[in-house]
Ligand binder design. Sequence first.
Ligand code: CP3
Length: 344
Amino acid sequence: MNDLFLREARGESTERRPVWMMRQAGRYLPEYREIRAETDFLTMCRTPELVAEVTLQPVRLVGVDAAILFADILLPLDAMGSELVFVKGDGPTFPEPVRKRSDIARLEHPNVDATLGYVFDAVRTTRQAIQELDEAVPLIGFAGTPWTLAAYLTEGRSSTTYPHLMTWSWQDPAGLTELLELITDVSIDYLLGQIAAGAQAVQLFDTWGGLLSEARWRAFAMPGVVRIAEALRSAHPELPLIYYGKDTAHLLGALAELPVNVLSVDWRQPLSAVRRAVGDKVLQGNLDPTALLASPDVIERQVAELLSEGSGGGHIVNLGHGILKTTPPQHARAFVDAVKRLSS
Ligand code: CP3
């Protein structure tokens, strides 16, 4: 098996840098759109054979060194009793958002095998399908952080400012903490279930953590991440944990303290500066996703710069956020090929 990704994540020395892309299973691939044209997103998530198929598409077509399970961070909120509806053109929505302490009673701590067992089945089916590839790669499981999940659950839809979450955080911090703790408890069960089914690493997506000042991130967002990471570490000490944050330059002091192996950062700051701030953590990232809209020779020069920025410690090459759906697949391939060629 190609285990470069796992070895790099554990801080071991490797022959070359591993590379994968956030949102690598998705709409930039015509092969994904073909399947998606016939099946709605949630049905795809609930059909293990389709999950395995689209999870492996970027491994076969683009040549990435790790697969990430096809699923969504919002699925556990649906299992907790807040119905998740994908509205065409609008993306994911929660028709009945949770916005105040009394709303929490509408949620429950579900039995994850009963409500999210379809994800665990998908992990098992995908691991089996990976074994049939010419070159097997590790499978990454994931969850949103409690703060980022609360952002969607309170707003009911995507936003860039999450006014309902912010209002709650100022007006009733203890009530919001109660919600964050419930999401944390469920997330631990959910991730332990993914690992039991065969996930070989876990990434926590904190897409909206950067909305908070460092002091408020420590108060609201950090406790859930730490509790999840410690629970996974004590059950599976060798399993690599990755924290992804967007817009987190002001949080590096706190992120350095997280009990995770890898920090995944966005494209706004050079990896050399991140490394100086966080010390010996492995870094993941951080090409600007829009750079993949440039021509392949420009992409190759950007990769050369990124590899040089990442020198001096562990580096898993990735984008700084999810791949854009307008990315030409051959540019994604140019990115992956350049990493393999230039870092050997
Ligand atoms: O390839 C992979 O990375 C694995 C699968 C994956 C998806 N979503 C599939 C998806 C992962 C890891 C996610 C994480 C996710 N989902 C995040 C965190 C990372 C980030 O992007 O910041 C967030 C915030 C979500 C919530 C979400 N899901 C939104 C806001 C949307 C709509 C916007 C969009 O990109 O369409 C989704 C839908 C979604 N999740 C799609 C995919 C492939 C598109 C669904 C489609 O085919 O229409």
